[in-house]
Design a protein around this ligand. Structure first.
Ligand SMILES: [Zn+2]
Length: 81
């Protein structure tokens, strides 16, 4: 946080470009999230208090990467569904 960005890009992935507003302002963050899914013809909900997502600090767009998808899957399994 707040480090000067002098070094040439090594394997630095963030911030990356936002698909919504095209600002280079997307960084990993943690948000509380209610995952909704269908099971047995009904919509169920699982609360994930700390979901790792990517968020644009310019427009507020939230992006779900593979990691977030895995986390949601695990939370659903843990809830016993
Ligand atoms: Zn954006």
């Amino acid at each position: 946080m707040g480090r000067p960005m002098k070094s040439p890009k090594r394997r630095k992935r963030f911030p990356c470009r936002c698909p919504e507003c095209w600002e280079v302002a997307v960084r990993p963050t943690v948000i509380p999230y209610d995952a909704k899914f269908r099971r047995g013809g009904r919509v169920r909900k699982v609360r994930i208090p700390r979901l790792g997502v990517l968020k644009c600090s310019n427009c507020g767009e939230v992006l779900f990467g593979n990691e977030a998808g895995d986390q949601i899957d695990r939370a659903i399994k843990r809830a016993g569904f």
